[in-house]
Design a binder for this molecule. Structure first.
Ligand code: NAD
Ligand code: DAU
Length: 350
């Protein structure tokens, strides 16, 4: 079984690569990543020399490259995570999101379709990793189920919704064996410090303001990244072809409550008097089109496939803060101006 994981140098992808490489020594795992600002090979140093792992640098937007790679490697399956993933960046540069998230996904689908057409017994699965943001925003009540209509609001979520539609279209039109999962907000080690939780961990450490959009009343449903990885493992191995699963931890928090909890946890860990970090909270201009609330109903995943999260938010947040405090070098590197250049050089040297 030779599996291509795309976006494996990113936040979630690196946890998925690690899980598959270590749990399934009989699988060969190729990690295809362009190494954008969000891709970081330092996320994978502990497994980079495993015999069943190989890193492939490349861009999913480059159709000729993708077709050559699939022809050469004859993958048996794809787990597709590569994407532009930050909502704020999609507001300033929507086209980049269309290119990677839509065109890149269609390039992979085309290459997979050819392998499937040539030998349907050998190409077994195209697993597309998607987001709950495709469903739009909830009011005070209700939850997203797999039947909720798509209603994306940001350029990011519109691009992810589009890619989901293409994946389903390739199943219905060409019979491509696909599965899709839509997950809620992840947090944990290796999260790039442009997203709310790692940004605030970094800023608390540096005694810098914690920017909270609007009044901090928006609600997100947080899942520990290692739990997302085990859910992907479960869906990959157990889901019926053509099906969709929502993934989430039934763990809704307003942004302001998340940051207050984080401040408390970090007061203790940094030996600062209680209440010190909360003083850093600063309310700033709201995000354009800011979705009010996300909440995932993951009942189908629990009932059909038996998956449940393994940690509470408090436990996960504690582990996350410890990871960032113990990995200052990682954080310093990705927040320094030399970051992209540095890792490009590291890779070229190998
Ligand atoms: P990330 O931004 O941390 O990582 C994305 C990875 O994709 C990076 O390693 C980057 O280098 C790579 N990449 C980007 N463009 C590429 C291209 N053109 N060709 C090849 N590689 C490219 O993202 P993440 O937060 O780990 O998200 C991974 C996937 O999970 C995405 O598809 C995202 O939509 C989805 N998702 C994320 C969350 C979340 O909370 N972060 C929740 C649900 C779903
Ligand atoms: O729901 C899943 C999605 O979660 C994923 O598909 C996306 O890839 C991922 O980035 C994440 O999107 P969000 O926009 O919810 O995550 P972010 O960390 O950017 O923001 C979380 C909340 O915090 C959101 O309501 C906006 C707010 N926020 C964010 C930042 C960066 C702030 O208040 N201040 C900030 O500085």
């Amino acid at each position: 079984m030779k599996i291509l994981i795309t976006g494996g140098a990113g936040f979630i992808g690196s946890h998925v690569v690690r899980l598959f490489v270590t749990k399934y020594p009989n699988y060969t795992i190729h990690n295809l990543d362009k190494l954008t600002y969000a891709g970081n090979l330092a996320n994978l140093t502990d497994i980079e020399n495993k015999p069943n792992y190989k890193f492939v640098k490349g861009d999913i937007v480059d159709a000729a490259f993708i077709n050559d790679l699939f022809n050469k490697e004859k993958y048996n399956a794809v787990i597709h995570l590569a994407a532009e993933s930050h909502v704020d960046r999609s507001i300033t540069n929507p086209l980049e999101f269309v290119m990677t998230n839509v065109i890149g996904t269609v390039n992979l689908l085309n290459a997979a379709k050819e392998l499937y057409k040539n030998d349907p017994t050998k190409f077994t699965k195209f697993y597309h990793v998607s987001t709950d943001e495709v469903y739009g925003a909830l009011g005070e009540t209700g939850m997203f189920t797999e039947e909720t209509s798509y209603d994306p609001h940001s350029p990011y979520s519109a691009s992810k919704a589009s890619s989901d539609h293409f994946v389903r279209a390739y199943h219905d039109t060409y019979g491509l064996p696909v599965v899709i999962s839509n997950c809620s907000n992840n947090y944990g080690p290796n999260h790039f410090p442009e997203k709310l939780i790692p940004l605030c961990i970094h800023n608390i450490k540096m005694n810098k303001p914690l920017p909270i959009y609007g009044k901090g009343e928006n609600v997100r449903d947080w899942l520990f990244v290692e739990d997302h990885a085990t859910a992907i493992d479960t869906v990959y191995h157990k889901a019926k072809l053509g099906s969709t699963y929502n993934i989430g931890g039934h763990n809704e928090w307003t942004n302001i409550d998340v940051i207050r909890l984080l401040c408390k946890v970090m007061d203790k860990k940094l030996g600062r008097p209680e209440g010190t970090n909360e003083k850093l909270i600063t309310f700033v201009k709201d995000r354009a089109g800011h979705d009010l609330r996300y909440a995932i109903d993951a009942t189908k995943l629990k009932n059909d496939l038996g998956w449940v999260p393994s940690v509470t938010f408090e436990q996960g947040l504690d582990r996350t803060v410890d990871w960032y405090l113990n990995n200052s070098e990682w954080l310093d590197n990705v927040t320094s101006g030399n970051y992209t250049h540095y890792y490009e050089e590291q890779y070229t040297k190998r």
